[in-house]
Design a protein around this ligand. Structure first.
Ligand code: HEC
Length: 152
């Protein structure tokens, strides 16, 4: 008789635990669904956050915008290269000042171009801007040379 009571109680407890387990699994699953629905598109969230924290005004520091195709020689020469070649910083030959360029041109314009690509003395490779393509750099050098009546 006692055994029977014990078994009945025991079975009831086991049954109760099984039911609770199933309920908890279902509950966990439901919570998971709710959370994943909130995180549908983290990229969209990031875009929204960036939008909110972006400054009101933005200063364009690039020499013409990477997205809009190659920058012209003039654009580069008057921005990136101008930093040194405008006033002759570090002994850079000045834009439009023929005397600064004559000895260099005498060594050959091909040498001038390869020095602009690889750098020479205080002149950094590609004027220190690795994003400048071969084509753009060539145009910039050509623009500089044309400013003193020569060309590539
Ligand atoms: C950090 C300063 C600096 C920047 C920026 C710079 N240059 Fe120069 N550049 C120099 C200096 C200094 C020299 C002279 C090097 C020497 O011969 O001693 C020079 C020399 C040159 C020469 C002559 C090379 C030769 O063979 O004599 C060319 C061409 C040139 N730069 C092109 C460019 C172009 C194009 C850009 C922009 C994309 C540029 N530089 C940006 C400093 C600069």
């Amino acid at each position: 008789m006692e055994d029977k009571t014990f078994m009945a109680t025991f079975q009831a407890i086991i049954f109760f635990l099984i039911v609770m387990t199933v309920i908890l699994i279902g509950f966990t699953y439901a919570i998971g669904k709710v959370i994943s629905r909130q995180e549908v598109d983290p990229a969209a969230d990031n875009a929204a956050i960036l939008e909110h924290i972006s400054p009101v005004g933005q200063v364009a520091v690039s020499a013409g915008g990477e997205a809009s195709g190659p920058r012209s020689g003039k654009q580069l020469a008057e921005t990136v290269c101008q930093t040194c070649h405008g006033a002759g910083v570090l002994g850079a030959p000045k834009l439009g000042v023929k005397a600064d360029w004559e000895a260099r041109i005498a060594r050959g314009v091909d040498t001038i171009l390869s020095n602009a690509v690889n750098g020479i003395a205080a002149m950094p490779p590609r004027g220190g801007d690795a994003s400048i393509t071969d084509e753009e750099l060539k145009a910039a050098v050509d623009y500089m040379l044309q400013s003193v009546g020569s060309k590539l």
